[in-house]
Each structure stands twice: as C-alpha cells, then as structure tokens.
Design a protein around this ligand. Structure first.
Ligand SMILES: [Zn+2]
Ligand SMILES: [Zn+2]
Length: 220
C-alpha cells in the first residue's frame, strides 16, 4: 500500500474523513494496517546533523543515552523507579527512567497517586489491557483520518505487534497529551519493558527519531 503524498489523487473515498481531520484524534499513525507510531515525523534534510550535546526534553544528551545503551553507565545508576530493564530495549533513546520524564511523574503527583514509578499508576494496567487496546486501535487515525484495523484474524505475533504499537501511542498521549503530527516523545524504559514483556513479538522495533530514521534510510 502506497503511503506517499502523491497517492492522494485517487483516494476520494477517504475525502470525507479528511474533512473531519481537525476534529479527530489526529496524532495517531496508520499505515498498511499496522500502527506505526513514529511514521509521521518530519524527515530531516540530508545534511542535518544532530548537535552532539544537545539535551532532549528530559535533559538527557545523546552521549549519555548512548553510554547507557552500551552499559558504560549501568542501569542501577540511572533507574530510580526500580522497574526499568534494558533487556528488551532496542535503541539508545529508550534508556531513560520514568523518574526523568517530568510528565510521567506528573501523572502520579497531580493525581495524588502514591508510587515511585509510572507503572504504579492505578490506570496503567487498564490502559494496557489487551481488550482495551483492541477497542482503542480502530479509534486511532492517521493524518488523513483513516482508521487502523486490528488484525483480529491475524497471528498472535501480528496481534501483539498491534497491541504494542497501539499501547505506545495511547500511552504517549496519556502522558504527554496530544503532540501533533510533527512531534513524538520516547517513553521511559520501564514502560517499554512492561509492554514488550506483556506482548511478545518475533522482533522489536524500537523508538526512532526522525533524524535517526533519515540516517538509516540514507545508509542503505
Ligand atoms: Zn526506572
Ligand atoms: Zn518507572
């Protein structure tokens, strides 16, 4: 299925949903029947280079995240919530503790919930319940308002891929609110670990920033 912009000319059946784009949850990505959480981030120009020491929204630099992913900075020194694990993480951007993500901690403090990890939030299990995610999945829309379809008749692996992708988007929105199409944020390691442990798949596609995807594309 083509997803390029110039494929729009013969997609009249979708024009109705395009009209209501602004009224719907428009920060969810849908392509080819699989939710792709980071699909619609802007592509950086080819000569763009991320400044090495620039801190991200959580105050972490690429060098720190890289050192964590290489285990030069060990888990016990950066995880303060007690639930992060590096076992199922797939790239450096995921090596952050929920204690370092202010919006995740705010979910606990603003709602008066006792706990030292965002996983302790009383809503977390409900938000990542398989039946809930199956219901949420078709509510996710892509940029053009197309709905995502849960692979009800697919393999368990296909279902788990969908559970994961739906959960990522659902939780990003839960923690950070609507970010719009051109933004995304990595979730904390404890959340990635929990979701990937719960919904096991043959391979893990990790968080990928627009810059990183561009780099991977041009390296092929
Ligand atoms: Zn942690
Ligand atoms: Zn945590």
């Amino acid at each position: 299925m083509s997803t390029s912009d110039d494929s729009d000319s013969n997609t009249s059946s979708r024009s109705v949903s395009e009209e209501v784009e602004s009224e719907i949850e428009d920060d969810f990505g849908v392509v080819g029947g699989l939710v792709e959480p980071y699909r619609f981030e802007p592509i950086a120009p080819e000569d763009y280079e991320e400044p090495e020491e620039e801190e991200d929204e959580d105050g972490l630099t690429p060098a720190i995240l890289e050192a964590r992913s290489e285990n030069q900075i060990t888990l016990d020194t950066w995880c303060e919530c007690g639930n992060c694990s590096t076992e199922l993480l797939s790239n450096a951007l995921e090596f952050r503790c929920c204690k370092e993500v202010a919006a995740a901690m705010a979910k606990l403090t603003f709602e008066g919930i006792e706990g030292s990890c965002v996983l302790d939030h009383t809503d977390f299990d409900a938000l990542t319940n398989a039946t809930v995610l199956e219901q949420v999945c078709p509510l996710l829309k892509d940029r053009k308002g197309r709905s995502y379809k849960f692979p009800s008749r697919g393999t368990q692996n296909a279902k788990n891929e969908s559970y994961r992708a739906t959960a990522y988007r659902f939780l990003v929105r839960w923690i950070f609110g609507p970010l719009g199409w051109n933004n995304s944020r990595p979730l904390p390691a404890c959340i990635y670990h929990k979701i990937r442990q719960k919904f096991q798949t043959a391979s893990t596609r990790g968080y990928s920033s627009a810059e990183r995807r561009q780099g991977e594309a041009s390296a092929r």
